[in-house]
Design a protein around this ligand. Sequence first.
Ligand code: IMP
Ligand code: MG
Length: 190
Amino acid sequence: MSASTALSPSEFTNDNLAVMFTAEQIQTRISELGAEIARDYAGRDPLLLGVLKGAFIFLSDLMRVIDLRLGVEFMAISSYGASTRSSGEVKIVKDLDVPIEGRDILIVEDIVDTGLTLSYLMANLRSRGASSVKLAALLNKQERRIRDVKIDYLGFTIPDAFVVGYGLDFAERYRNLPYIGVVRDPHAES
Ligand code: IMP
Ligand code: MG
């Protein structure tokens, strides 16, 4: 293989990535959130609703520290192009295949950025007759908010930086990092 096409042997330790939260910090925070959720939903049977793809790792760790009877479902949502993005229009790419009338829905999302996706999704789920719709988000970029979104269970508030890892991607890369990091130069090849 020529040097120009060789891939770095390590994806996890990459000079273009700076660690923001270690795997240990993430797990500690998730354990706290899980205990809080178990307390709040005691005696109920919540439906955890993961937003694909970014939330799948957070969801899998979070549900294993919620000591309750619960169900899990997934939805996939994509925002339309940049031109319609400001209107808050989003598209449901994969919908639920179970009714949610009367259910206590806990949306599990990787990150709330502008809030457009979540404000749409929460209104949509309420309109289907869910008894309650709450939100657990691992990360919050409060500075970027356009639509107000109430985050009931939050991992960490972060500054306005593009983060990857632990499910979050940059052009589909880096979802497998065990930590959350910042891409120093999005245009750099590494
Ligand atoms: P919102 O509708 O602007 O709140 O969009 C949230 C979605 O944008 C998240 O679910 C992510 O998929 C994506 N996103 C926003 N910020 C980041 C980031 O820093 N890294 C990776 N994905 C992000
Ligand atoms: Mg997402």
